[in-house]
Design a protein around this ligand. Structure first.
Ligand code: UDP
Length: 570
């Protein structure tokens, strides 16, 4: 059965994905868009094998996307087979401690945003505010002031009307301006085009455990300039996150333990939503398997899943091949490691189909099962491609440079993206998040309100005889069905939304997926408005204990504006 696009999917596609003529009229159907993408991505095979059956491969790619089984990241859908041809969602750019470097990166950021990509930066190398500027005998203005410049540029470029510019700023916890950084988004109007995360180091985590001090280092002189109390800084991070949802935290030590190419340097930053740690000038192509479509008759079809994984890795490697990179340095760095990020969406839909509650040991076990399979099969697929097409050029000195893994085409194969837009296109629950709502209110053009159910809930309500005309309206008003005793208990147990799931289960599911993911996991741990600072602190610590690479929290009602908020379907 092919993908039937929902009305929300059609709105999104028409607005931002489908080709338009010079008068702004849409001149491409969603099917034609998928055909365009399939054809252009399949064509890459010709580079390696003159006799490759491109038509058959394009049909295979088309089949996967049109069934809604696998969807690549938005820039691939928007730009493949078109003049722009920029297909990656994620970039990291270097910011060195000089005006030249900072403003080069600013220009490159504008170019990337224009093409639909998101950018991440570490500002840790920039000298602190009020430090010396030798050339002018003046004083420096510090990382946060430069972030404001990137923010203003982003606001102006607005990604050529297709995507809103998104940025990630990371500052190491041992940078002298860390206190100002932690609190910089307490003012909701400041840095609206940025997500921010504090880069926690192993030294800091050790000092935190002991309740002791750690040193701040000026990146220009590499001298220690001050000591701070680790628990005090941790409290500041917790307090700001509790207040505004930011900063998030990332564990730099853990990210670098998993760095597949340590010989190329340390990883200091991630893309805007945190799921993709990258070296400076690296970019990455993502794609997601829709798990909700991997179940048949109440069981997970592992053979189908395996087949989709293999074709998806082939697809993503071809994307690396045909991508038109916005900059020479980005092309070189990306082609050296050929990182791709295969992940999932529709995990919550799958759980409902299998009758498994999200907050249960069974769901955690399933997350382990699924992601270990994706990891294993995607590595096998990448190894086969490596044998046929050659290893990624930075293979020598990488973690794969050993006799057991003689071939590897891609330095990473797995990433769990938020799938904010492609999950709307595929009508799936986003990423590995719990369902967003059981019923939605949609405003149509003339202001009339329509009430719609989560499709699986509607099916169940009709089957089990508790469907009524008013039900959707009541649920949309209430937000949660957990207290609605007219709905059977087992159904309520299955249809818990992000807000109904307790924070520790959010973390445990994230950790289960992280265990088998080369890159990182995009996940927001939701808290009710009444949550305390101690609740937030517990989750940060749990994320560390359970092997996560970072964590982002959101307390209900604490922020009106998020850079990339959970897909709102109302
Ligand atoms: N991204 C971006 N602008 C957007 C949405 C996403 O730059 O408006 C980038 C960002 O790097 C993010 C990544 O795309 O981390 C993946 O986001 P998501 O999975 O939501 O993208 P989708 O493919 O669903 O559009």
């Amino acid at each position: 059965m092919s993908l039937s696009f929902s009305s929300s999917a059609l709105v999104v596609l028409k607005k931002r994905y489908l080709k338009k003529d010079k008068n702004g009229r849409v001149i491409e159907s969603p099917e034609k868009m998928l055909q365009r993408v399939a054809d252009s991505v399949a064509r890459a095979d010709k580079d390696f094998d003159g006799t490759a059956d491109i038509k058959a491969l394009a049909a295979q790619f088309y089949d996967l996307m049109s069934k809604g089984w696998f969807i690549p990241n938005s820039p691939t859908l928007m730009n493949a087979g078109r003049r722009l041809g920029q297909l990656s969602a994620c970039f990291v750019l270097p910011v060195e401690d000089s005006i030249e470097s900072i403003f080069d990166s600013l220009k490159h950021t504008a170019m990337i945003h224009k093409s639909g990509g998101g950018t991440g930066f570490s500002f840790s190398r920039v000298r602190p505010a009020n430090d010396k500027v030798l050339s002018t005998a003046g004083v420096s203005s510090g990382p946060i002031s430069f972030m404001a410049v990137f923010d203003a540029a982003t606001e102006t470029v607005k990604q050529g009307g297709t995507r809103r510019g998104a940025n990630m700023a990371i500052l190491r916890v041992d940078h002298p301006d860390i206190e100002e950084f932690i609190a910089c988004k307490d003012d909701p109007g400041f840095l609206q085009n940025f997500n921010i995360s504090v880069g926690l180091t192993q030294e800091f985590m050790e000092a935190l455990e002991k309740g002791g001090d750690y040193e701040l280092v000026n990146p220009r002189t590499r001298n220690s300039v001050k000591t701070l109390n680790a628990p005090k800084i941790f409290d500041m991070i917790v307090n700001s996150a509790w207040q505004s949802g930011e900063p998030g935290i990332i564990f730099l030590d853990r990210i670098n333990e998993a760095n597949p190419t340590p010989a190329l340097g340390e990883i200091e930053a991630t893309n805007p939503c945190g799921e993709q740690p990258l070296l400076p000038y690296e970019s990455c192509n993502l794609g997601s398997i829709n798990l909700g479509k991997m179940a048949e008759g109440g069981t997970l079809d592992k053979n189908r899943l395996k087949a989709v994984i293999r074709t998806a890795v082939h697809f993503l490697d071809n994307v690396v091949e045909i991508n038109k990179y916005p900059l020479k340095e980005i092309k070189e760095q990306t082609l050296a490691t050929r990182k791709v990020g295969l992940g999932v969406m529709g995990f919550a839909d799958l759980l409902i189909k299998l009758g498994v509650p999200y907050d249960s040991e069974e769901a955690v076990a399933l997350a382990h099962d699924i992601m270990s399979l994706i990891s294993e099969e995607s590595k096998k697929a990448s190894a086969q491609l490596g044998e046929a097409r050659g290893n990624f050029p930075a293979y020598a000195g990488s973690i794969y440079d050993r006799p057991e893994t003689p071939y590897m085409r891609n330095a990473t194969t797995t990433t769990l993206a938020p799938t904010g837009s492609i999950s709307i296109i595929a009508n799936a629950s986003s990423g590995i998040e719990p369902i967003f709502a059981v019923a939605y209110t949609r405003r149509v053009l003339d202001g009339e309100k329509l009430h719609e159910f989560h499709p699986l809930f509607e099916e169940m309500a009709k089957e089990q005889g508790f469907f009524t005309e008013d039900l959707a309206k009541n649920i949309a008003l209430e937000g949660s069905i957990q207290e609605m005793t007219n709905i059977p208990k087992e159904v309520r147990r299955l249809f818990k939304t992000s807000h109904d799931i307790s924070p520790d289960w959010h973390v445990r599911i994230q950790a289960a997926f992280q265990k088998y993911t080369d890159n990182a996991v995009s996940k927001t741990v939701n808290f009710p408005h009444t949550a305390t600072r101690e609740d937030v602190e517990k989750v940060f610590k749990l994320a560390r204990e359970t092997g996560c690479k970072g964590v982002t929290i959101y307390r209900d009602g604490s922020r009106d504006h998020q850079v990339l908020s959970v897909a709102s379907r109302s």
